[in-house]
Design a protein around this ligand. Structure first.
Ligand code: PLP
Length: 359
């Protein structure tokens, strides 16, 4: 069986070293030493100023929206994971979708201005599959209309834009360290910002509003993470360069083997050094996708329709038509990609895709 992804797991001995220390200290959660160490190591590895480790990427989005005090309408992309839209609605704001660019699959900045109303307070855009949004255009629109910018950078671990971590862009970038992501802490996520004021605010929002055991700065939630999760993160971080390299090799092999497949690849934004976090292919029709998917599944290969469906069609939203996102989401398939996928398996998957096309 070949799944779409497998989490990277360190050896049990490596993880056990951290467990023994946890047993010794008997400190399991609440800003413990491993959580602190992970935050420091991540800041150092990513070269970002402020980073707060939280319990998942969805709470990171919710805290970002709360920290910026957003109200009213938030312009966002229909082509993302449901948590991007869900967080906006959960925080009492209204998602206003802007369709995507057909080549990069990120929000199309040329359509943003037309969607701005007096109620618009922010843009929440996803760097889809780790491919950078058109950050320059988004930033200049945000400046012109005095809007905040949040980037959902859940796919972006290790991505650089203009030579620095992509997490440095926007007022706040959020990310996810879920087990299915390239860097993971089983469950987890982070908030990154250059602003000390926002860091202070988000750190009490993460922890019930407390600034000390007996003092409250505001209303908060519980988005802390535990020593056990941080320990996994420290183990995975140790191997991250190797993980990134293997994925690059796999993607290059897919590209070589699939050069005659009638399916488009995404266009990586210039100035973006990509992390090979996913390998999406865009078929010409949904029928072609379903045919390929069936042959793969019959051979115990399980790629994922991701993202599907387009978020503007979620049942709890009033309908807004997004022709490009709706069309792409019906035709896009993410192929298996993980550190232990070997070249023979990649070739096997590629041959099945070509066979489905030629039958
Ligand atoms: C995974 C993901 C999230 C949610 O992260 P969790 O840690 O699973 O809560 C949000 N946005 C995108 C784009 C994601 O891929």
């Amino acid at each position: 069986m070949i799944p779409v992804t497998k989490p990277f797991l360190p050896s049990q001995e490596e993880y056990n070293k951290y467990l023994s220390a946890i047993w010794e200290r008997q400190w399991l959660t609440n800003n413990g030493p491993l959580v602190n160490e992970l935050e420091l190591r991540l800041k150092d590895y990513l070269k970002v100023k402020h980073l707060l480790y939280v319990s998942n990427g969805t709470l990171a989005l919710q805290i970002a929206i709360k920290a910026l005090d957003l109200k009213g309408e938030i312009i966002t992309t229909p082509f993302s994971f449901s948590a991007t839209t869900g967080s906006i609605v959960w925080e009492g704001c209204e998602p206003v979708f802007v369709d995507i660019d057909a080549d990069t699959l990120n929000i199309d900045p040329t359509s943003i201005e037309a969607a701005i109303t007096p109620k618009t307070t922010a843009i929440l855009a996803t760097h889809v599959y780790g491919n950078a949004c058109d950050i320059n255009s988004i930033d200049s629109i945000a400046k012109k209309y005095n809007l905040k910018v949040i980037y959902d950078a859940a796919h972006c671990f290790g991505v650089k834009y203009k030579g620095q971590s992509i997490f440095n862009f926007g007022d706040i970038s959020t990310t996810s360290f879920h087990a299915t992501k390239l860097f993971h802490t089983i469950e987890g996520g982070a908030l990154v910002t250059n602003s000390p004021e926002l860091t202070y605010k988000m750190s009490y929002l993460r922890s019930f509003g407390n600034i000390s055991p007996e003092e409250f700065a505001g209303v908060g939630t519980n988005a802390k993470n535990s020593e056990f999760h941080a320990a996994m993160g420290l183990c995975v971080l140790e191997r991250i360069d190797q993980i990134l390299n293997v994925r690059k090799v796999i993607c290059e092999r897919y590209n070589l083997m699939l050069s005659t497949l009638n399916a488009k690849r995404i266009k990586i934004q210039s100035e973006c050094s990509w992390n090979h976090s996913y390998f999406p292919i865009i078929f010409e029709t949904e029928e072609a996708l379903l045919k390929a998917l069936k042959l793969l599944n019959d051979n115990k290969v399980y790629p994922r329709r991701y993202f599907y469906p387009s978020l503007n069609t979620l049942p709890f939203l009033k309908s807004q038509e997004m022709p490009i996102a709706e069309s792409v989401s019906k035709r896009i398939l993410c192929l298996p990609l993980y550190h232990t996928l070997n070249i023979e398996e990649v070739d096997f998957i590629a041959r099945l895709l070509l066979r489905a096309q030629n039958n």
